[in-house]
Design a binder for this molecule. Structure first.
Ligand code: FES
Length: 130
């Protein structure tokens, strides 16, 4: 990322507030108006597939690869009781934690910020071992 781009990532959360947020490690993925309530959308950020959902106006980002059979289908899941349900075989993942209902590790989750109508996510760069 260029220095100019980095500077541009400091945004005011609320124009009536002096509070600002460092979005240095965040990337803009879309405008919030592009996300439909309870419908997922897939993005690739830093070579990582993520599934993004807007539920009751709140935006969540999770890894798009289901740990059950490694299907890249989480974005196509449906929302039920604060969880996304994988459309392949019904495994459920908490939208806030990514965990299974049993508490077991499920999906990686990613920080989301919404600023001035834009959605930003912080996804660690994927490391390749070749
Ligand atoms: S691949 Fe997701 S539940 Fe089987």
């Amino acid at each position: 990322m260029l220095a100019e781009q980095r500077k541009a990532t400091w945004l005011m959360i609320n124009s009536n507030s002096s509070k600002s947020i460092d979005l240095t490690e965040f990337q803009k993925i879309c405008n919030i108006s592009e996300l439909k309530e309870n419908n997922g959308k897939k993005f690739i950020v830093n070579y990582v597939e993520i599934a993004v959902f807007k539920v009751n106006g709140e935006v969540f980002a999770l890894n798009n690869i289901c740990p059950h059979q490694h299907s890249a289908l989480i974005y196509d899941g449906f929302i039920e009781e604060g969880c996304v349900v994988c459309p392949a075989h019904g495994w459920m993942f908490d939208l806030k934690t990514g965990k299974l209902p049993t508490g077991g590790k499920g999906l990686d989750i990613y920080h989301v910020q919404v600023s001035e109508g834009n959605v930003f996510v912080k996804v660690p760069e994927k490391k390749f071992n070749w």
